[in-house]
Design a protein around this ligand. Structure first.
Ligand SMILES: [Zn+2]
Length: 378
């Protein structure tokens, strides 16, 4: 099982220059071969690689000559993987060109013959040498697979390391849970815990919008204009990390506290499209819900927990979790049952329904395990 670790690095000025050059080189090669693939309908990476080799040999391209050849080759692997996913239908869009001035620019390197190493609080990357970093987690004994070196628009340098994990098992929790994914609170559990209210994100967004208004009133490229622009960039990055960190914590908590997690096998697209909110907002919600699903899937696999999907057409949000009758909920916040009089938070009602439906499925699928799944009495 591979895991990721993101660390902030503090390169010196020479190393910064090398990173910047490789970011440029990697982007150039990626975009060049993306255009080449599109124009010629050639998606065979062995042909790309031959061509790159010829370019490196013949052209007097300073940009490429300054770069590590294997690093440039890796960008072609990245492009190839994106195309494979696109043709398989895993991703919707054809790979797109990497733009200059993106929020984060990066290049990837594979670990070949110890070209990436971690020793104490230093990371070694071939072509850059040793760099200090703040050590959050000791992975010096783990096998490192690859690293992505990133630079953000406000000149922060980071490395995301992909390493092989030796897992320390999580104890059995003897609990099961149903979760409802929603657009107001991203996760609601059947025992009424809530994770990441979307309002937190709207607050950050509102601040970004205000700053953008300020920015539009300032003289373009003046000192104050740059200052405000920098603050906007920082907020964008903050938002991105906030979502990721919160969801990471929430999903870890779920796999620690429960042995079996039930969730709806819903089409996230449909869920999002039901919302009348703005496109940008929908995008955040959509990507966050995908993230939750992905994180839960790999964490359950890693810690030997079960993730069971409840079928899409199951009317979790319309069914009363007490008497089972079905109604169109009138209010967006509370579910009120005209038959038995239940009045309950709408998402919680759905989570309980998912739990019940999931349990039925679970007992059916794993009847032996289920009978041993009770906490032993001491
Ligand atoms: Zn009822």
């Amino acid at each position: 099982m591979y895991l990721g670790l993101k660390i902030r690095i503090y390169p010196n000025s020479v190393q910064k220059k090398i990173i910047d050059e490789h970011i440029e080189g990697a982007r150039y090669v990626y975009n060049y071969f993306l255009k080449y693939a599109k124009d010629n309908k050639i998606y065979d990476d062995t042909i790309w690689k031959k061509k790159l080799y010829a370019m490196m040999k013949n052209d007097n391209n300073d940009l490429l000559n300054n770069c590590d050849y294997f690093l440039l080759l890796t960008q072609l692997d990245v492009l190839k993987t994106s195309y494979d996913r696109f043709f398989r239908g895993t991703i919707k869009n054809e790979p797109y060109f990497k733009k200059k001035g993106a929020l984060v620019s990066a290049f990837k390197i594979h670990n070949k013959n110890d070209s990436i190493k971690i020793e104490d609080n230093k990371i070694y990357i071939k072509m850059l040498g040793y760099m200090k970093f703040r050590n959050k987690k000791d992975i010096s004994k783990n096998k490192i697979y690859s690293a992505i070196v990133k630079k953000t628009l406000d000149d922060i340098y980071e490395v995301s390391i992909l390493y092989e994990n030796t897992i320390s098992p999580i104890e059995k929790a003897y609990q099961k849970v149903g979760i409802d994914l929603g657009v107001r609170k991203f996760i609601t559990t059947s025992d009424s815990n809530y994770y990441l209210p979307i309002d937190d994100l709207y607050k950050i967004e509102a601040r970004i919008r205000n700053l953008q208004k300020e920015l539009s009133k300032k003289t373009k490229e003046s000192n104050n204009w740059y200052k405000t622009k920098k603050r906007i960039t920082k907020l964008y990055l903050y938002k991105r990390n906030y979502i990721k960190d919160t969801l990471d914590k929430a999903t870890t908590e779920l796999v620690k506290n429960y042995d079996v997690v039930f969730m709806e096998d819903l089409s996230i697209k449909e869920l999002v499209q039901q919302q009348k909110s703005k496109v940008i907002r929908r995008k955040i919600i959509e990507s966050s819900l995908y993230m939750i699903r992905e994180m839960l899937t790999y964490k359950c696999k890693m810690y030997n927990k079960r993730l069971i999907f409840v079928e899409r057409l199951f009317p979790s949000s319309k069914m009363c979790s007490v008497c089972g009758s079905i109604h169109d909920p009138r209010s967006s916040e509370t579910f009120i049952c005209p038959v038995c009089g239940l009045s309950i938070d709408r998402d919680l009602n759905a989570a309980i329904n998912i739990y019940k439906r999931g349990m039925a499925k679970y007992l059916n699928m794993y009847s032996t395990e289920a009978s041993f799944g009770r906490k032993p009495t001491k």
